[in-house]
Design a protein around this ligand. Structure first.
Ligand code: NAP
Length: 247
């Protein structure tokens, strides 16, 4: 058994996930940086963390596919025998009118944003239950999972699904000392936001009471807190980090 705490962050090659991985590594976790398509970016994250003297590795896996997730967890079990923290962060968004959505687009977003949380949490829970001491699952939803986003019905459905899954799972695994919490970010400046274009970004900013788009570390700081023993008595909760856009 490895004595280092082990953390896995899905979708950690870019954006919010990359910053979560950097912060977990600097907090002392051996951090597994999951990525799918952006290998170069994932290597940059790995290099930055290692240059800072912290411990991490890369694992390529499409988390929308249960067979790939199962292989990733077999690897984690074989190498470390445990996982302490799982951050389900990987996600995609497509802005499209509801009536134009194709079956494949629906299936893709459900698999990537919601089924991935099921696949990864199921495997993580097996390892966490076996230890009976500690486990933290932190799921990244969205404010659109709370209030619904126009032209993002499919995205909103997956993000609301994450909240339902997390609340139910939190109750189920609490006796095993495993906590499950959700962060529902508002508008955070990443590649995902860049796709919206300048006009939409300006409009969003004008709708945010704190008057600015959020930064990745507005989210990763909360992840670090929820992963720590300071949050041991917190489970099944949704943390809205959105500059007051949804209150
Ligand atoms: P981003 O910059 O677009 O990055 C998305 C990440 O997800 C990438 O690392 C990508 O990896 C990974 N990913 C996508 N599909 C994957 C798959 N099938 N398997 C493994 N990894 C996959 O997005 P972000 O803004 O950081 O968003 C991160 C999370 O926060 C998402 O769940 C998003 O819905 C949520 N969120 C973001 C905002 C925001 O304003 N940015 C607001 C609310 C919620 P590869 O490139 O390597 O494939």
């Amino acid at each position: 058994m490895n004595n280092n705490k082990i953390a896995l962050v899905t979708g950690a090659s870019r954006g919010i996930g990359a910053d979560i991985a950097k912060k977990l590594a600097s907090a002392g976790y051996h951090t597994i940086i999951n990525y799918n398509k952006s290998e170069e970016k994932a290597v940059e994250v790995l290099t930055e963390i290692r240059n800072d003297g912290f411990s991490c590795e890369l694992y390529k896996c499409d988390v929308s596919k249960s067979n790939e997730v199962n292989e990733m967890f077999k690897y984690i079990k074989m190498c470390y025998g445990k996982i302490d923290v799982l951050v389900n962060n990987a996600g995609i968004s497509i802005t499209k009118a509801f009536q134009d959505l194709q079956d494949e687009e629906w299936d893709e977003i459900v698999a990537t944003n919601l089924s991935s949380v099921f696949y990864c949490s199921r495997e993580a829970i097996k390892l966490m239950i076996a230890r009976e001491t500690f486990g933290k699952i932190i799921n990244i939803s969205s404010m659109w999972g709370l209030v619904g986003g126009s032209m993002e019905s499919h995205y909103s459905a997956t993000k609301a699904g994450i909240i339902g899954l997390s609340k139910a799972l939190a109750k189920e695994v609490a006796p095993q000392n495993i906590t499950v919490n959700v962060i529902a970010p508002g508008a955070i400046y990443t590649d995902m936001m860049k796709e919206l274009g300048e006009d939409t970004l300006n409009y969003l900013e004008s709708e945010i009471p704190l008057g600015k788009i959020g930064k990745v570390d507005d989210i990763s700081n909360m992840v670090i807190y929820l992963a720590s023993d300071k949050a041991d008595y917190i489970t099944g909760q949704v943390f809205s980090i959105n500059g007051g856009m949804v209150i």
